[in-house]
Write a protein that binds this ligand. Structure first.
Ligand code: 16G
Ligand code: ZN
Length: 534
């Protein structure tokens, strides 16, 4: 007798001898080997939703900043968090089941082990970025969802953070924690209204050029911008690289990853000195700023800079609203954060810094432990989140003066302006524009807050990257044995030297980061450490 799950798995068989891993950003690889994975992710999503009593879970089809021929898929928890770690293992095991019958057996095994009642409803929200393979992969996913009897809501094209937003909205609808209206219009209205409130009559100083990586962020920004008419807000945005009709242009010579990795503006950029620019990545969950200075030199304002800017702004707002005794702010970084940024937060802003391993979920979890947690990876992934207690404090506080009242109102508006479910390039750049307008800063004043230590990132191809194990938030290697003492000895020879090596979670390589007092020393240190690792 035929079984719908066996049939679906049969319809989308895996290629031979391919091993899949649910990594830091879900499954991600060449799109043409992902059909079977998508069908099985549909099954896992249904199980996960049933495990959580039918709450909505999300499935996003995207490969972010990867080249156009790649694709990927990741699962989103009911409040918009990344999938719980034990379920990443389930995802991996499901993807690697050899036969349709094994898929069915595994499905039932998980249901049994996890005490999942398969008669319960399952609810899944799905969306995708603009990749050419997206439509086909969506079909594979839906076959899996249907086979497991899940209800699903397909939002079509969304940015990754919009999908996270929809999931959170759907699960909080009608409750005290209602996050918003789970529609695209609801998203635009929420963030544009919050921006206007947060600006409170201020106007941005000059225009902003936004490079959308030729990804889904382009059309979505154009839509959002309709809710922020420049006549009313003073926000003048030039949207560039927003061509999604040509999917082969995605992330090519543009986007946040290009800018951060090459430390230069996209070749198509035509901006002049002092013009503010920012670049999103292919699914709009990352943003970095940059500009050309008076000498026409490219200057990057990366995730570290956004974190310091935002943390300093919240520090001011909390103080000037009269809440400094009740709310503590902290910054969460990874080992890639420039030493000068860490120093600036600790010594100038006098705020505590936590360091976590690479990957949004680690930063997010660490930030959840703080009253206000500002977290950003240097590459531009990040946001700020407010604890439940902090939200209550801010909601209930009675200001003692007109100036406290005004600052409190700005703080309240910022809570709505920030996508609390995940780092969101669109919401992040509106926040940066807000802070710059309040501080009356241009990009040069922002850059002047501290001077980055020269640094170098290298990719080292090794025989087996899995032998590289780290501790101390990836800052030290525990395996292979004997390597860390050699790195330490090298580092000591350099002024302001710091270096670490870690296995990439997304590529078959080890990454080596080094910083030191001068560019030449940073390069030299990175090279020496790479030699040790090889
Ligand atoms: C993934 C992570 C990103 C991290 C990157 C590191 C998410 C959503 N994305 O793209 O945060 O910076 O991996 O890549 O968590 P690596 O391990 O290859 O250096
Ligand atoms: Zn991304």
């Amino acid at each position: 007798m035929s079984n719908p799950i066996v049939d679906a798995a049969q319809k989308h068989p895996p290629p031979e001898r391919h091993v899949y891993t649910y990594g830091t950003a879900g499954f991600r690889t060449k799109a043409d080997v992902l059909d079977s994975v998508l069908t099985r992710v549909g099954l896992v999503a249904a199980l996960r939703s049933r495990k959580l009593d039918g709450k909505w879970v999300g499935v996003m089809i995207t490969a972010s900043h990867n080249p156009p021929e790649d694709n990927g898929v990741k699962l989103v928890e009911p409040m918009g968090d990344m999938l719980e770690e034990s379920w990443e293992v389930i995802g991996t095991e499901m993807a690697n089941q050899p036969t349709p019958e094994a898929v069915l057996d595994y499905y039932h095994r998980i249901a049994k082990e996890q005490n999942i009642d398969l008669r319960k409803p399952a609810n899944v929200v799905v969306a995708r970025d603009t990749r050419a393979s997206g439509a086909r992969l969506l079909g594979c996913l839906i076959d899996g969802l249907k086979a497991s009897g899940a209800e699903y809501k397909d939002y079509g094209f969304l940015t990754t953070p919009q999908l996270h937003y929809m999931v959170r909205c759907r699960n909080t609808e009608g409750t005290r924690d209602a996050y918003g209206v789970p529609t695209e219009v609801g998203y635009y209205e929420k963030f544009s209204t919050a921006f206007k409130r947060a600006m409170n009559g201020r106007k941005p100083n000059g225009h902003l050029t936004v490079d959308c990586a030729n990804g889904v962020g382009g059309p979505k920004l154009n839509e959002l911008y309709k809710y922020l008419p420049s006549k009313e807000t003073g926000l003048e945005i030039f949207v560039t690289n927003d061509n999604v009709i040509k999917p082969e242009a995605l992330n090519v010579d543009c986007g946040a990853d290009y800018v951060k990795t090459n430390q230069r503006a996209p070749p198509s950029s035509k901006t002049g000195p002092g013009d503010r620019c920012c670049s999103l990545d292919g699914d709009a969950d990352r943003v970095v700023y940059y500009f050309k200075d008076e000498q026409n030199v490219f200057r990057l304002l990366d995730g570290d800079r956004i974190a310091t800017l935002v943390a300093s702004f919240f520090g001011d707002l909390v103080r000037t609203s009269g809440l400094a005794d009740q709310i503590k702010i902290g910054v969460v970084q990874t080992a890639y954060a420039n030493g000068a940024a860490t120093d600036y937060v600790e010594k100038t802003l006098t705020l505590p810094v936590t360091c976590t391993p690479t990957g949004v979920k680690y930063l997010h979890h660490a930030a959840q432990k703080l009253d206000i947690g500002v977290y950003f990876e240097a590459n531009g992934h990040g946001t700020a989140i407010f604890s439940h207690k902090t939200l209550e404090v801010i909601k209930n506080y009675e200001p003692k003066s007109p100036s406290e009242a005004e600052n409190l109102e700005t703080l309240r508006a910022c809570i709505d302006l920030i996508n609390q479910s995940v780092g969101d390039a669109l919401s992040d750049f509106l926040l940066v524009e807000t802070v710059l307008a309040h501080k009356r800063w241009g990009p040069q004043e922002w850059l002047n807050t501290y001077t980055d230590l020269p640094n170098r990132l290298l990719k080292v191809i090794v025989n087996d990257r899995n032998i590289f194990k780290t501790t101390d938030a990836e800052r030290k290697l525990t395996s292979p044995e004997g390597i860390q003492p050699q790195i330490d000895r090298e580092v000591q020879k350099f002024r302001q030297g710091r270096s670490f090596a870690r296995a990439s979670g997304t590529e078959d390589a080890v990454r080596v980061y080094a910083e030191a007092a001068t560019k030449a020393e940073a390069e030299d240190l990175a090279r020496k450490v790479s030699e040790i690792v090889k």
